[in-house]
Design a binder for this molecule. Sequence first.
Ligand SMILES: CC(C)(COP(=O)(O)OP(=O)(O)OC[C@H]1O[C@@H](n2cnc3c(N)ncnc32)[C@H](O)[C@@H]1OP(=O)(O)O)[C@@H](O)C(=O)NCCC(=O)NCCS
Length: 161
Amino acid sequence: MSSRLLVASLPSTVPAAAAPDGVVVSRLTETDIEPVADAYWRSWGGGDGESTRADAIGDLRRTWAGAHGTLLRPASLVARRGDEVLGAVVCVLDPPGPGAQRGPFVTDLFVLPEHRRRGIGRALMARAMDAAPGDRIALRVDDDAQAALALYASIGFRVSG
Ligand SMILES: CC(C)(COP(=O)(O)OP(=O)(O)OC[C@H]1O[C@@H](n2cnc3c(N)ncnc32)[C@H](O)[C@@H]1OP(=O)(O)O)[C@@H](O)C(=O)NCCC(=O)NCCS
């Protein structure tokens, strides 16, 4: 699957977006890793045979430890209703790799399928963009991720280059 690099200017000019009633957004903590990875796995159609829940937990542990750049804690956020994780955004600073972007970079954004189109993804991104340092924030999105492409376009992301 091909993907594209999107970039948005900071500070964001998009008005702050509140999470829906009953949904609380707070910083990702180390104790959130398992429930957040579990929700991530379910959000991406868990059980499709391509990856396991354990893979998702391992990936998020590596991200937490800095394998994809320094975790940007103020911009790595979890949306919950009570104890249930509904979605999350994870951001790093200066992801490694040839040609990689400098500055804030969104490595993951997801919302559980049964909670989509309620404004949770936009609220997570708005808070992450408010908390991110510097003058731009980047991310990579698959070409067929229609919902994500529409969300990013609506909050100021444009194709880079
Ligand atoms: C992308 C994703 C996080 C969006 O989360 P969400 O909570 O449903 O998004 P929101 O409700 O905040 O939507 C905000 C806006 O994005 C756009 N949008 C979101 N889902 C859309 C869809 N299915 N079709 C068209 N536009 C969509 C709309 O403009 C929407 O505003 P509106 O509802 O007022 O029309 C969610 O669909 C998801 O988890 N997808 C799978 C994982 C993924 O693709 N992550 C991105 C990786 S780069």
